[in-house]
Design a protein around this ligand. Sequence first.
Ligand code: SME
Length: 151
Amino acid sequence: MNKQEKYERLYQQIKELLKKEADIIAKMATINAVLYHKIDYFFWCGFYRLINEELIVGPYQGPVACQKLEKNKGVCWTSVNQKDIVIVEDVHQFPDHIACDSRSQSEIVVPIKNNSGKIVAVFDVDSKTKASFDKQDAEGLQKIVSLIYDL
Ligand code: SME
């Protein structure tokens, strides 16, 4: 199975699970549990929620992460400020990268909009290998996290 097929399969599986509960945090927790256990290069995955102009950690899987991210620093804030997906092949080359765990080498961050189009959270994934994430991860993850508000 190639990456695209794998994401399609995970999308269908997660969609079925998320239908069962409307609560946003429950949906986030379920997405993490499925992806973390099904994609082998996911070393850490989780949500940071934008609350009162702060990025505060939400449901996640993996090693203990920073609870709050310093404003306008790092990959997650870049994604919020650019309103776009950010892929980082080598986190050590990213200015202001916030290292919650020194083992992380590459990263992808996907912004999440609510039904009014406002960014309310980001989905962040770290890998222990450089350049783990590409366009297929971006498309696959975008589609999966869009289920949080669209379903
Ligand atoms: N590296 C992120 C911080 C979150 S951790 O990766 C879990 C950043 O630079 O925003």
